[in-house]
Design a protein around this ligand. Structure first.
Ligand code: NAD
Length: 495
């Protein structure tokens, strides 16, 4: 088998496998190296398995609220091992699909960890050694000593990120669990402590509280979900507190002591210096993620990393070394699977057309807490800082018939537009299905639409997106299903 390729991708997560497939579609002879499982963190340990559990969590809630809808259950229990197996089945189906798609597109798959070796004698090719890894995507293992050296003109690094830890707080699978471990827990814990009230901690934590687990959250910052629209966070925070979750803000964990099987003591220190100890079954450590570059031997080819270890790239995703590119979590920024995939496409399409670059106007995101939060583009503050004159339109889901029929009409849609041009700048949503709803506004922003464009678009009834239409009308104080005063337009404000 020839070991020379046009394009070699290292890492088969949502950045890497998408880049490899697009490269093959564009006619490049392409290979991919994966040291663990196809699909990366997203498919194996992140987006997909967590959403399988979280979706089931919503069903559990519905059952518990059954009486409200006239649904009377004699007996109900959650068979957690069965649920975990069902989730594993979904992961298997999707990761198997990735391998099938790669092969169908003619991408050569190497199993192992990619390590840079250097350049070919003429400098044209980058040499990457595939070191056998125990954990291959299809369960097979290469015999030791037969490692391949793959050569490619262009190499795309898509190795992702791993959980951050502290020297005094390391994931050990017993008293301190990481997100991967938490997704495979087979005994419902009585009580957990989430260390780090960010996206992963609160998404997974929200699932466990639906199982009846008590939860306390220790967060270093003054608010949970730092960086997220404050009004949206307030809705989540209120619900967490209502569910009995204790939030310790401006507090840090100094140590976790293991006290035998299923018992741990979490020692915390508040901002004012006072200390406390929380007893729990185990703690979940979710304090951010760090780039996965350790095994790459980047120094052998001189690829530069920044202060925090992320690989530095230009707007075409190329590193300081010509022909070496990097995409996804390993370059930092928003750690989102869809950002990685987009970067994979942009990077490869840029090989053919020098004008292609990451000129994404609208990068949506969604946090699968209860209720969901989603957003895209500017907040009011960031719009103002960027020189716009923001005006806000808002509509609560309580004014939407379809939201009421879902049984939970909590939350709202908030749109931010520019007062002068009416151009949509951002949206922040909290409530039912907002992870799906945010896409309409993303499309609108990407296409340079105004709030009037959205308001004048007919929205089917009865549907949740009608709330977006009303929020767009509310930008001018003209929403029909809420009473509000007409807002002055640019001409009236600046006259
Ligand atoms: P995060 O950055 O969202 O949250 C980590 C939190 O830990 C922060 O709030 C931080 O203040 C806190 N923290 C740090 N050190 C602490 C300490 N010593 N004691 C207490 N708190 C401490 O990180 P994450 O939740 O690990 O998620 C990692 C990345 O993955 C994020 O970029 C996130 O956006 C991404 N992600 C996205 C999704 C999604 O899009 N739905 C889902 C999962 C993860």
């Amino acid at each position: 088998m020839s070991k020379q390729f046009d394009v070699l991708v290292i890492g088969a997560g949502p950045g890497g496998y998408v880049a490899a497939i697009r490269a093959a579609q564009l006619g490049y002879k392409t290979a991919i190296i994966e040291g663990h499982k196809m699909g990366g963190e997203c498919l194996n340990y992140g987006c997909i398995p967590s959403k399988a559990l979280i979706s089931t969590g919503h069903v559990i809630d519905k059952v518990h609220e059954g009486e409200k809808y006239g649904l009377m259950f004699e007996k109900f229990r959650v068979d957690l091992p069965k649920l975990i197996d069902w989730k594993a089945g979904i992961v298997k189906q999707l990761t198997g699909g990735v391998a099938t798609l790669l092969k169908a597109n003619g991408v050569t798959i190497f199993q192992g960890t990619g390590e840079f070796e250097g350049f070919s004698a003429d400098g044209k090719f980058k040499k990457v050694k595939v070191v056998s890894s125990v954990d291959s995507y299809d369960g097979t293992q290469k015999a030791p000593g037969v490692d391949d050296v793959v050569e490619a003109e262009r190499v795309i690094i898509a190795t992702g990120s791993t959980s951050a830890e502290f020297s005094h707080l390391k994931i050990n699978g017993t008293s301190i669990l990481g997100s991967k471990d938490a997704l495979d827990v087979r005994d419902t814990p009585k009580k957990i402590v989430v260390i780090g009230g960010g996206v992963i901690g609160l998404e997974l934590g929200s699932f466990f509280i639906k199982l009846g687990t008590q939860m306390e959250v220790v967060e270093f910052a003054p608010q949970i979900l730092t960086g997220t629209d404050r009004e949206c966070v307030d809705v989540i925070q209120k619900r967490l507190v209502k569910k009995g979750v204790q939030l310790h803000l401006e507090t840090k964990v100094t140590a976790v002591e293991e006290k035998g099987k299923g018992k741990a003591l979490v020692h915390v220190e508040r901002k004012d210096g006072s200390k406390a100890t929380i007893e729990c079954d185990w703690a979940l450590l979710t304090v951010g993620r760090k780039p996965r570059t350790a095994n790459l031997n980047l120094d052998r080819i001189g690829v530069k990393v920044g202060d925090r270890g992320f690989i530095e790239v230009n707007s075409r995703l190329e590193t300081n070394v010509a022909g070496v590119y990097a995409i996804g979590d390993v370059i930092g920024g928003a750690m989102l699977a869809h950002k990685a995939s987009k970067e994979g496409l942009v990077c490869v399409e840029g090989f053919k057309d020098a004008n292609v670059s990451m000129d994404v106007r609208a990068l949506p995101w969604a946090i699968f807490v209860d209720p969901e939060i989603a957003g895209v583009g500017h907040t009011e503050e960031s719009a103002r800082a960027a020189g716009w004159d923001p005006v806000v339109g808002k509509c609560p889901f309580a004014a939407n018939g379809r939201a009421l029929t879902t049984g939970d009409a909590t939350g709202f849609v908030k749109l931010i537009a520019d007062r002068k041009t009416d151009r949509l700048l951002g949206a922040h949503l909290v409530g039912p299905e907002v992870s799906n709803l945010v896409q309409e506004i993303t499309m609108a922003i990407e296409m340079g639409a105004t709030s009037e464009d959205v308001a004048r678009t007919v929205h089917a009834h009865p549907t949740l997106p009608e709330t977006i239409m009303e929020a767009a009308e509310s930008v001018h104080g003209m929403a029909v299903h809420i009473f509000e005063r007409k807002k002055p337009k640019a001409a009236e404000t600046h006259a």
